[in-house]
Design a protein around this ligand. Sequence first.
Ligand SMILES: NC(=O)c1ccc[n+]([C@@H]2O[C@H](COP(=O)([O-])OP(=O)(O)OC[C@H]3O[C@@H](n4cnc5c(N)ncnc54)[C@H](O)[C@@H]3O)[C@@H](O)[C@H]2O)c1
Ligand SMILES: [Zn+2]
Length: 377
Amino acid sequence: MAIRNVLVTGGAGYIGSHLVDALVTRGYVVTVLDNLEPQVHRSGTWPTYANPKVRYVRGDVRDRSVFEPLVLEAEAVVHFGAAVSVGQSMYQVDRYVDVNTRGTALLLDILVNTTHKVEKVIVASSIGVYGEGAYLCTACGPVAPTIRTEAQLAARDWEQHCPSCGAHVFSIPTPEDKALYRDNIYSMTKYHQEEMVLLIGKTYSIPAVAPRFFNVYGPRQSLSNPYAGVAAIWLSRLMNGKPPVVFEDGGQLRDFVSIHDVVDCLTLMLETSGADYLPVNVGSGETVTILEIAQLLKRLLGSDVEPEVTNAGRKFDIRHNTADITVAREKLGYAPKVTLEAGFTELIEWAKTTPDVAVDFFDKAYGELKAKGLLVG
Ligand SMILES: NC(=O)c1ccc[n+]([C@@H]2O[C@H](COP(=O)([O-])OP(=O)(O)OC[C@H]3O[C@@H](n4cnc5c(N)ncnc54)[C@H](O)[C@@H]3O)[C@@H](O)[C@H]2O)c1
Ligand SMILES: [Zn+2]
């Protein structure tokens, strides 16, 4: 039977809402389950971009009485409802594990113990499951160093060393089969989610896919949530006349992918079987340093405020991680289209129209990191 009814948890959020719009355009009947988490939805109401053709149900993914009837109506479940911040997860351990891990466990418990008609489950995983990205040592070949020690950060020796010979190593795009390890609670929960969904999917023949999102950017990204993505945080700062705060020396390599490419990739995951039962990197395939992103934002905004490079590290941060998107290209036919220049221009044009940008809570989050002793250097 073809998929028609799609349940999107967290569908009032940033990535989910864009997917919801695309699904409506493609003729799906969409239901959203979202608890309007106050840190994300400060108004406490459905966002202004809520799609009039979608049924919105306010409820928690940990509440079986709401979740189960919605799962039973669906032919596909896209599970995005989650607590989303690396730094905050290191001091709200119980909340992160409860929402992310237990919420997903409940979804699976429903699928295993009911007569349902779900033919596809997509669960949001993350770049975080890798810990550090993949590296190459000139002497030893491909290596997988783990997180840098506090002593290394304190010495401001930012680059990774080879675990075998100790030489500095070079970042290379990370394939899905790189050895995984987690260095923060949020990433552990993302890994639990991914591993549990893929396991139950395989065991009960429910096709499941775990997109590992890299740095997703675009309109509707929360600009007032100081725990959200770095591009949004910096944009808010710049638009408030304050410098973007860049940790370490700004040379960290990342993959920034436009929300539109992400939605294309998710649609392919839903509508084709090429990536069933797999974790899949979702990135742009382009590599950029975070200082370059700060400077790009400054230039596109016409701001004269220079980024503030702190030369301090955060205990849970990785040095480099960029996406090898071969699996998405080959198994799904994914072909990212949006350039950084075009994508960030769109983000800025949208930011100018949202009142959220007037608010900058970064100092509060920064103060919390300091108070918890998570900054080094
Ligand atoms: N944005 C990124 O770059 C990125 C990167 C990696 C992974 N992800 C993952 O993608 C998914 C979507 O992320 P996003 O950036 O759209 O985040 P978001 O915070 O904008 O959206 C998450 C949505 O989930 C809802 N939610 C939170 N707790 C809930 C609960 N207990 N019950 C029901 N709903 C709840 C929130 O109200 C929000 O609308 C998340 O699972 C996140 O972990 C995002
Ligand atoms: Zn070596």
